[in-house]
Design a protein around this ligand. Structure first.
Ligand code: SAH
Length: 341
């Protein structure tokens, strides 16, 4: 198996060059050039000797996931469905805001966790992405990412080593050059993996999918709760905050009559009131193809937000981007697969 360019740090590429008697400064050129113009590949690197380029193309291919469908929303959000070398497809979302370009990337084809409200979760698991497939989602567009959220298809912490290496590669100054503080990992709360990664990258941001504070309800909608109960997840979040001094975000997809009731609001107040280390993100739910769930109304979501604010809780409503496209996790992929049937 050849080494893939987008899974290498600059030092690893320089090592490979050294071993093959290519001057080390060429690694610097390659890093700058291939990240700036990845579509041209090694052929576009005119600083390299002509006869070397096809060799590198074969030994260290710089291929990136190939966009097969792009949906553009009126708010500027772009959702890209890309094909991998084995023809599996993944989704990435580019979300421009005033002074940011946030990219939401996938870490797996499918997902093992089977969350009942999630399109990807309902489709089962196919395979992990490798590091180059994760990093490759961030290049090849005219814009440059300023922030990255590992919130696309899959559970990032269920693909820990590829994710961790991707974080290292994304951090490389001559490549994408993003600091840890600009990256956010979203997880259902796989506790041991959270500890491992926060030890490696104390400055990285965490978003933990809570969705309910009551074990019975959470187990029904998120089967992983049988393994890591809500109290364990919340304790782990507290420990993250104490260790890193970085505020932890909780995600709460607002599902009508499931987790937006008065009793849910009370349990959120207990969790968050006066707690400096936690922030709650309320998310409107995007119904899926076979949805058993309805989103809470926007009025109800705003009501919950107001109540929490008056109780001294850090809370925000995540603006729903790209509502006119199939923007929720896994929805574009499903549409593509269905239309192919
Ligand atoms: N597996 C990780 C990351 C991927 S999902 C996790 O669960 O955190 C990213 C976020 O989108 C999670 O909070 C998830 O619960 C939420 N989500 C999934 N399907 C959704 C939908 N149809 N509408 C709104 N949010 C959704």
């Amino acid at each position: 198996m050849p080494t893939k360019f987008f899974e290498l740090t600059q030092a690893e590429l320089a090592d490979w060059f050294k071993k093959n008697n290519i001057p080390a400064f060429q690694a610097e050129h390659a890093f700058r050039g291939l990240y700036a113009k990845p579509v041209l590949g090694w052929q576009g690197l005119t600083t390299l000797p002509k006869n070397l380029r096809p060799v590198l193309e074969a030994e260290i291919p710089a291929r990136i996931p190939r966009p097969v469908q792009v949906q553009s929303s009126q708010d500027g959000t772009q959702k890209i469905l890309s094909a991998l070398d084995d023809a599996q497809t993944i989704e990435s979302v580019w979300i421009p805001t005033r002074n940011r370009m946030t990219v939401c990337v996938s870490t797996q084809v499918g997902c093992k966790l089977n969350c009942k409200f999630c399109q990807t979760g309902q489709g089962g698991f196919f395979r992990n992405l490798d590091t180059a497939e994760i990093v490759g989602q961030l290049v090849g567009q005219s814009a440059k990412p300023t922030h990255i959220v590992f919130m696309g298809m899959g559970e990032p912490l269920d693909n820990l080593e590829a994710l961790s290496k991707a974080i290292d590669v994304i951090h490389e100054p001559l490549g994408l050059g993003l600091g840890w503080r600009r990256m956010t990992i979203s997880t259902v709360g796989l506790i041991p993996q959270m500890q491992t990664l926060s030890d490696r990258y104390p400055a990285i941001n965490w978003a933990i999918s809570l969705h309910s504070m009551d074990d019975t309800t959470r187990t029904k909608i998120m089967p992983i709760n049988k393994k890591y109960s809500i109290n364990q997840v919340v304790d782990a979040a507290g420990a993250l905050f104490r260790r890193t001094s970085r505020r932890v975000s909780f995600e709460w997809v607002c599902l009508k009559d499931v987790n937006d009731r008065d009793e849910d609001l009370r349990s959120l107040v207990t969790l968050l009131a006066g707690e400096p280390g936690f922030h709650l993100n309320l998310l409107p739910y995007h119904p899926t193809t076979s949805s058993l769930f309805k989103s809470s109304s926007m009025e109800r979501i705003r009501f919950i937000e107001r109540q929490l604010v008056t109780q001294r809780c850090h809370v925000s409503v995540r603006e729903s981007r790209g509502l006119d496209i199939d923007s929720a996790c896994g929805q574009l992929r499903v549409r593509e697969i269905q239309s192919a049937l």
